[in-house]
Write a protein of this length. Structure first.
Length: 193
Protein backbone atom coordinates (compact mmCIF):
# COMPACT_ATOMS: atom_id res chain seq x y z
CA UNK A 1 0.00 0.00 0.00
CA UNK A 2 1.27 3.47 -0.80
CA UNK A 3 2.08 5.74 2.08
CA UNK A 4 0.55 9.13 2.40
CA UNK A 5 2.23 11.69 4.58
CA UNK A 6 1.27 15.34 4.68
CA UNK A 7 3.21 18.05 6.49
CA UNK A 8 0.52 17.94 9.21
CA UNK A 9 0.93 14.17 9.61
CA UNK A 10 4.67 14.58 10.19
CA UNK A 11 4.28 17.37 12.79
CA UNK A 12 4.38 15.87 16.30
CA UNK A 13 2.25 18.78 17.60
CA UNK A 14 -0.70 17.57 15.51
CA UNK A 15 -2.74 14.83 17.21
CA UNK A 16 -3.05 11.69 15.06
CA UNK A 17 -6.87 11.92 14.77
CA UNK A 18 -6.62 15.54 13.57
CA UNK A 19 -3.87 14.60 11.10
CA UNK A 20 -6.10 11.83 9.71
CA UNK A 21 -8.98 14.28 9.19
CA UNK A 22 -6.62 16.84 7.62
CA UNK A 23 -5.35 14.17 5.20
CA UNK A 24 -8.92 13.20 4.35
CA UNK A 25 -9.95 16.82 3.71
CA UNK A 26 -6.85 17.46 1.61
CA UNK A 27 -7.73 14.49 -0.59
CA UNK A 28 -10.40 16.68 -2.24
CA UNK A 29 -9.64 18.51 -5.46
CA UNK A 30 -8.30 21.89 -4.35
CA UNK A 31 -5.80 24.59 -5.28
CA UNK A 32 -5.33 26.43 -8.55
CA UNK A 33 -4.80 24.60 -10.82
CA UNK A 34 -6.94 21.97 -9.12
CA UNK A 35 -5.17 18.98 -7.67
CA UNK A 36 -6.90 15.67 -8.45
CA UNK A 37 -9.14 13.82 -6.01
CA UNK A 38 -6.60 11.49 -4.41
CA UNK A 39 -9.38 9.10 -3.40
CA UNK A 40 -9.47 8.16 -7.11
CA UNK A 41 -6.10 6.41 -6.67
CA UNK A 42 -6.77 3.07 -4.88
CA UNK A 43 -3.37 3.01 -3.16
CA UNK A 44 -3.61 6.55 -1.88
CA UNK A 45 -7.29 6.11 -0.93
CA UNK A 46 -6.35 3.08 1.17
CA UNK A 47 -3.58 5.03 2.89
CA UNK A 48 -5.77 8.07 3.55
CA UNK A 49 -8.62 5.96 4.92
CA UNK A 50 -6.49 3.48 6.90
CA UNK A 51 -6.74 5.49 10.16
CA UNK A 52 -10.51 5.05 9.95
CA UNK A 53 -10.43 1.34 9.04
CA UNK A 54 -7.08 -0.24 9.94
CA UNK A 55 -8.33 -3.74 9.04
CA UNK A 56 -9.01 -2.83 5.40
CA UNK A 57 -6.60 -4.42 2.93
CA UNK A 58 -7.66 -2.50 -0.17
CA UNK A 59 -9.27 0.76 -1.14
CA UNK A 60 -12.99 0.87 -0.35
CA UNK A 61 -15.61 -0.04 -2.94
CA UNK A 62 -16.88 2.81 -5.17
CA UNK A 63 -20.20 3.10 -3.27
CA UNK A 64 -18.38 3.52 0.03
CA UNK A 65 -16.01 6.06 -1.52
CA UNK A 66 -18.98 8.15 -2.62
CA UNK A 67 -20.23 8.26 0.99
CA UNK A 68 -16.75 9.20 2.19
CA UNK A 69 -16.57 11.95 -0.44
CA UNK A 70 -19.96 13.30 0.70
CA UNK A 71 -18.79 13.44 4.33
CA UNK A 72 -15.50 15.02 3.23
CA UNK A 73 -17.35 17.68 1.19
CA UNK A 74 -19.68 18.56 4.07
CA UNK A 75 -16.77 18.77 6.55
CA UNK A 76 -14.94 21.03 4.09
CA UNK A 77 -18.08 23.19 3.91
CA UNK A 78 -18.01 23.54 7.70
CA UNK A 79 -14.45 24.89 7.51
CA UNK A 80 -15.24 27.16 4.55
CA UNK A 81 -18.42 28.64 6.07
CA UNK A 82 -18.35 32.42 6.44
CA UNK A 83 -21.46 32.91 8.55
CA UNK A 84 -23.06 31.11 11.51
CA UNK A 85 -25.96 30.16 9.23
CA UNK A 86 -23.64 28.53 6.68
CA UNK A 87 -21.83 26.73 9.49
CA UNK A 88 -25.10 25.41 10.94
CA UNK A 89 -26.25 24.25 7.51
CA UNK A 90 -22.95 22.46 6.86
CA UNK A 91 -23.07 20.71 10.28
CA UNK A 92 -26.64 19.62 9.50
CA UNK A 93 -25.40 18.03 6.28
CA UNK A 94 -22.59 16.27 8.19
CA UNK A 95 -25.14 14.94 10.71
CA UNK A 96 -27.36 13.64 7.89
CA UNK A 97 -24.45 11.52 6.65
CA UNK A 98 -24.64 9.65 9.94
CA UNK A 99 -28.39 9.01 9.96
CA UNK A 100 -27.97 5.27 9.39
CA UNK A 101 -25.19 4.88 11.97
CA UNK A 102 -25.78 3.52 15.46
CA UNK A 103 -23.33 3.95 18.32
CA UNK A 104 -23.35 2.47 21.79
CA UNK A 105 -21.65 4.16 24.72
CA UNK A 106 -19.10 2.00 26.47
CA UNK A 107 -16.36 2.70 29.00
CA UNK A 108 -12.65 1.99 28.89
CA UNK A 109 -11.04 0.11 31.79
CA UNK A 110 -9.97 3.53 33.11
CA UNK A 111 -13.61 4.66 33.11
CA UNK A 112 -13.44 6.96 30.07
CA UNK A 113 -16.64 7.02 27.99
CA UNK A 114 -16.25 5.83 24.39
CA UNK A 115 -18.68 5.44 21.53
CA UNK A 116 -18.57 2.08 19.78
CA UNK A 117 -20.26 1.76 16.41
CA UNK A 118 -22.73 -1.10 16.18
CA UNK A 119 -24.29 -0.52 12.75
CA UNK A 120 -23.77 1.42 9.53
CA UNK A 121 -20.77 2.02 7.31
CA UNK A 122 -17.67 1.53 9.50
CA UNK A 123 -15.44 4.03 7.68
CA UNK A 124 -18.04 6.81 7.64
CA UNK A 125 -18.82 6.03 11.27
CA UNK A 126 -15.19 6.25 12.30
CA UNK A 127 -14.72 9.52 10.40
CA UNK A 128 -17.75 11.04 12.14
CA UNK A 129 -16.69 9.66 15.53
CA UNK A 130 -13.22 11.15 15.04
CA UNK A 131 -14.73 14.53 14.16
CA UNK A 132 -16.98 14.33 17.25
CA UNK A 133 -13.90 13.58 19.39
CA UNK A 134 -12.08 16.60 17.91
CA UNK A 135 -15.08 18.85 18.60
CA UNK A 136 -15.38 17.49 22.16
CA UNK A 137 -11.65 18.04 22.76
CA UNK A 138 -11.93 21.64 21.42
CA UNK A 139 -9.38 20.88 18.71
CA UNK A 140 -11.76 20.97 15.71
CA UNK A 141 -11.44 24.78 15.73
CA UNK A 142 -7.73 24.36 14.96
CA UNK A 143 -8.54 22.95 11.51
CA UNK A 144 -8.42 25.73 8.95
CA UNK A 145 -8.37 26.32 5.22
CA UNK A 146 -5.26 28.13 3.97
CA UNK A 147 -5.85 31.85 3.51
CA UNK A 148 -4.21 31.73 0.08
CA UNK A 149 -7.17 31.35 -2.30
CA UNK A 150 -4.91 29.69 -4.86
CA UNK A 151 -4.08 26.97 -2.31
CA UNK A 152 -7.06 26.23 0.00
CA UNK A 153 -5.21 23.38 1.70
CA UNK A 154 -6.59 22.31 5.09
CA UNK A 155 -4.10 22.47 7.96
CA UNK A 156 -4.00 22.12 11.74
CA UNK A 157 -3.20 25.41 13.47
CA UNK A 158 -0.45 24.65 15.99
CA UNK A 159 -0.03 28.23 17.20
CA UNK A 160 -0.87 29.08 20.80
CA UNK A 161 -3.04 32.01 19.69
CA UNK A 162 -4.87 29.94 17.05
CA UNK A 163 -4.29 32.66 14.46
CA UNK A 164 -2.35 30.81 11.75
CA UNK A 165 -3.65 31.88 8.32
CA UNK A 166 -1.59 29.81 5.89
CA UNK A 167 -0.76 26.13 5.77
CA UNK A 168 2.84 27.20 5.16
CA UNK A 169 4.12 30.71 5.68
CA UNK A 170 7.05 30.06 3.36
CA UNK A 171 4.82 28.95 0.50
CA UNK A 172 1.53 30.80 0.88
CA UNK A 173 2.16 33.52 3.45
CA UNK A 174 5.10 35.04 1.61
CA UNK A 175 3.30 34.88 -1.74
CA UNK A 176 0.19 36.52 -0.32
CA UNK A 177 2.16 39.25 1.44
CA UNK A 178 4.33 39.97 -1.62
CA UNK A 179 1.25 40.12 -3.87
CA UNK A 180 -0.47 42.53 -1.45
CA UNK A 181 2.66 44.71 -1.26
CA UNK A 182 2.94 44.86 -5.05
CA UNK A 183 -0.75 45.75 -5.38
CA UNK A 184 -0.34 48.58 -2.84
CA UNK A 185 2.80 49.81 -4.62
CA UNK A 186 1.00 49.77 -7.99
CA UNK A 187 -1.91 51.66 -6.45
CA UNK A 188 0.47 54.26 -4.99
CA UNK A 189 2.22 54.70 -8.34
CA UNK A 190 -1.08 55.06 -10.18
CA UNK A 191 -2.36 57.67 -7.70
CA UNK A 192 0.88 59.70 -8.08
CA UNK A 193 0.43 59.94 -11.83
Amino acid sequence: MATHESPDTADPRVPAPAAAIVDLLNSRPHATPALPDTLDDPGRAGAILSPFDPTAQDAPAPGRLERVRAVRDHLSAVLAADTPEQTAQAWTMVAEQGNDLTFRQTFTPAGQPRLRQVSGDPIVGEILRTVADLVTASTWSRLRICGNEMCSRVFYDTTRSRTQRWHSYEMCGNRTNVAAYRARARGARNSDE
